[in-house]
Design a protein around this ligand. Sequence first.
Ligand SMILES: [Mg+2]
Length: 231
Amino acid sequence: MRGANSRLVLFDVDGTLISTGGRAGAAFGEALQHVFGCRGPIEGYRWAGKTDPLIARELMLAAGVEPAVIEANLPRLFARYLENLSAALAPGTVTVLPGVLPLLDELERRGVAMGLLTGNVAAGAEIKLRVAGLAGRFRFGAYGSDSADRNLLVPVALERAREALGREFRAEHTVVVGDAEADIRCARAGGALAVAVASGWTPRAVLAALHPDALLDTLEPPPALDAILGV
Ligand SMILES: [Mg+2]
């Protein structure tokens, strides 16, 4: 087991820390409708592990919107989405998933460095976590607003960790915790360890097929803490 001091733990947001019960997806869909006049094939769309800009591009390309039009309107789309999200997420509408609070408490108590690695645009993650009561738990993060390609986000998170905490972290001592195949792939792409948790939309067997370093059903502490600190 590595010392807690050298370990960096990066959490995905949706399906890993919290659930908005579909409210964020609805807010995103309304923003697409408002800005582009259509939602694309949003019914049955697989959101898991995708960054917000990738979701917008995939749905609008499928709807036949020109790539240049999509790119030019992304700032308007995210402005509308964030307005919708703030309105949709009243207090009590965001569920913190099982084990998250005691796990974060225990990691904090041990002085383990923690940040976010999420496909959310930064302001979207901030709104969701604030409504969930998790504001202030994470001092830095790498977001969908940093790159549409999640596989590029581990190095961004390492840099943010250095800026926020004033010390260097290494990819091989970094653990990416997430509920989707894309979380495991981005950990691998960045040279980090992958702890998968089957608390979101992706079945456990699908996660297992990608051979994460550890695979959990929930983030309930004894097993989750052992997995995160022990891999
Ligand atoms: Mg997720």
